[in-house]
Design a protein around this ligand. Structure first.
Ligand code: ADP
Ligand code: MG
Length: 282
């Protein structure tokens, strides 16, 4: 872990640098310190699991990392850029290009096919139809769903839906994937397929920060950050880090995660095919 601060022209510094970050919610007359003086560095290529009891601040942390929420105080540098200093347009671009989310409940648009769901963020980003079509297919193939392009979410299993959500998340070639309990609604086998995919994309260079209750899932990350009462309670290598494997199941061979970024830079305000995460009760 690097302790260096400041901008990062070399690309060698941490991807994520939180310093003394606090997020306070005002509820009536009282305050909830959802994040309480959190300092955290996440380096390139890490796969970090965030664990801890309900209400300990895990989702708030993820939302801050994804620039969906803003710290009340403290600083957040993403790829060396101070997020609190970004203007609206730049922030929208960062949300669109650098970070992606997947959620426990998938957040797919129900009436749209898998292809269309995956295409949405590229439409918002102003990417041309031909390229969109090519990347949709590539992304869905990379999660093993090349044969489900025209199925709607209600025609798919939970595991398949989450794989569509992963395809949608990686199609913009973000540097960070933020996953909030992505296996929470899945049986063990489908959940493991999701973790295997995340590991495969991680091996290709995608940074992954994953919130989970499941020690079997968290143990497959390189590192576990434990939260309690809005604070980082512990932070260290996961027990399974040494045995961390590569792609499993052969379904993540052509992931877009490791490819070069699309050159154009859009300023679309609505940067996602969905709203921000609802307060997920986990
Ligand atoms: P976790 O994901 O670990 O369950 P959260 O980050 O969702 O925890 O919540 C941390 C704390 O912040 C909890 O006490 C929760 O009730 C509170 N909290 C989260 N979101 C809000 C909100 N929008 N308004 C008020 N309090 C909130
Ligand atoms: Mg949560």
């Amino acid at each position: 872990m690097s302790g260096t601060a400041g901008t990062d022209p070399t690309g060698n510094g941490p991807v994520i640098a939180l310093d003394h970050v606090t997020r306070v919610y005002e509820v009536g007359d009282s305050e909830v310190r959802a994040l309480d003086d959190v300092s955290l560095r996440i380096g390139r290529g890490e796969f970090v699991a965030v664990m801890g009891p309900s209400g300990s601040g895990k989702s708030t942390l993820l939302n801050v990392l994804g620039c969906l929420d803003t710290p009340t105080s403290g600083s957040y540098r993403l790829d060396g850029e101070a997020v609190e200093a970004l203007g609206e347009d730049r922030l929208a671009a960062v949300r669109q290009r650098k970070v992606s989310f997947i959620f426990q409940t998938f957040h797919l648009v129900p009436r749209m096919t898998a292809s269309r769901n995956v295409e949405l963020p590229m439409i918002f980003a102003g990417i041309e139809p031909d390229e969109r079509r090519r990347r949709v297919e590539e992304a869905l193939k990379s999660v093993g769903l090349g044969h489900r392009l025209h199925h709607r979410p209600d025609q798919m299993s939970g595991g398949e839906r989450q794989r569509v959500a992963i395809a949608r998340a990686i199609v913009m070639r973000p540097s960070i994937l933020l996953a909030d309990e992505p296996t929470g609604n899945l049986d063990t086998k489908s959940g493991q397929e999701i973790v295997d995919l995340l590991k495969a994309f991680n091996v290709q260079g995608l940074n992954v920060v994953l919130v989970t209750h499941d020690p079997g899932v968290g143990g497959q990350a390189n590192r576990i950050v434990r939260m309690r009462d809005g604070k980082v309670e512990s932070d260290g290598p996961s027990p399974g880090a040494a045995t961390k494997g590569g792609p499993v199941g052969g379904s993540a061979s052509t992931g877009g995660a490791g490819e070069s970024r699309h050159p154009d830079s859009g300023d679309a305000r609505n940067t996602r095919g969905e709203g921000p995460p609802e307060g997920d009760p986990t």
